[in-house]
Design a protein around this ligand. Structure first.
Ligand SMILES: O=C[C@H](O)[C@@H](O)CC(=O)C(=O)O
Ligand SMILES: [Zn+2]
Length: 278
């Protein structure tokens, strides 16, 4: 079963007036994993789809939603999946890909049958992002061994973190999707500081491996007009092209970032000086 939701894009002048409840309704995605269900949010930010699949008793087939008006989900799209749970498998037109925890799969445009299945080591949880695509690049599994890994931050700023660039153009070709996973080291709690915007691309963050009872305060908004959303484990948040996307946790955590838009240049960011944030 697939549950689908549609989200509009916003003008930053409107978002200035949003209450906590408005911000959460528009930007927070807090219902990604339900037993034997696929949940998708179709966003007007670069038509990015953010989703989660939790196969328990049965295998789950990725079905097109009404927003897609397509025969198959990937007729005009590409897909990036990262397993944030126990081992599971994804079958793409008959080809089986075993995905362990924190392993990724890129699926090119045109694949017809994408099926998610649980393994037998515990509960698998597949987080995914999908963007429009106009060319078919090969489907490929990516582990940390193939990833481009960058160490960032400093313990004295509580932001030591390992950036695993999994689905990026230095690792494999995609049309516009870029995805990766950033792991905060123990004792480090700040991500994406100094923060940045990139008007050429939207972004979605998905926070996981956050200890029970802890929270991440995610910051959004234009650099001179920021807001925050308190987030729990396994929740995602949409970041408009004009918004910063940074967070601070009450403990360490891991998050997945996914982007779609104009260019494929990971380094294309407009940095914001930390002491100029408002
Ligand atoms: O545009 C790039 C993204 O915001 C993230 O990759 C940043 C990030 O993971 C980090 O600094 O911790
Ligand atoms: Zn970014």
């Amino acid at each position: 079963m697939t549950k689908s939701e549609f989200r509009y894009a916003h003008h930053p002048e409107d978002v200035k007036k949003y209450t906590t409840e408005d911000l959460r309704r528009e930007f927070l995605i807090n219902d990604l994993f339900n037993e034997d269900q696929i949940n998708v949010v179709y966003s007007m930010y670069d038509r990015m789809i953010v989703g989660g699949a939790m196969p328990v008793k049965s295998a789950l087939k990725l079905e097109p939603t009404d927003d897609l008006k397509a025969e198959n989900f990937l007729d005009r799209r590409e897909l990036g999946i990262i397993n944030v749970g126990a081992a599971g498998k994804v079958t793409v037109d008959g080809e089986v890909f075993e995905l362990g925890n924190k392993e990724a799969l890129y699926i090119g445009k045109g694949a017809k049958d994408v099926v998610f299945e649980n393994g037998n080591e515990g509960q698998t949880l597949f987080y995914f992002n999908s963007a429009p695509a106009h060319h078919t690049f090969p489907t490929k599994k990516i582990t940390k061994n193939e990833a481009e890994i960058v160490e960032l931050g400093e313990a004295k700023y509580a932001n030591r973190r390992t950036i695993n660039k999994l689905i990026v153009n230095s690792v494999l070709e995609t049309c516009q999707l870029q995805m990766g996973m950033t792991e905060l080291h123990e004792g480090s709690v700040w991500n994406t500081m100094p923060s940045h915007t990139h008007t050429r691309r939207m972004e979605a963050y998905f926070y996981f491996d956050l200890e029970e009872g802890q929270a991440v305060s995610h910051f959004l908004g234009q650099p001179n007009e920021t807001r925050h959303i308190f987030m729990k484990n396994n929740e995602a948040v949409l970041s408009p092209e004009w918004s910063i996307h940074s967070g601070v946790g009450t403990s360490n955590y891991t998050f997945i970032w996914g982007m779609a838009g104009e260019n494929m240049d990971y380094g294309d960011m407009d940095a914001v000086k930390t002491n100029e944030l408002k």
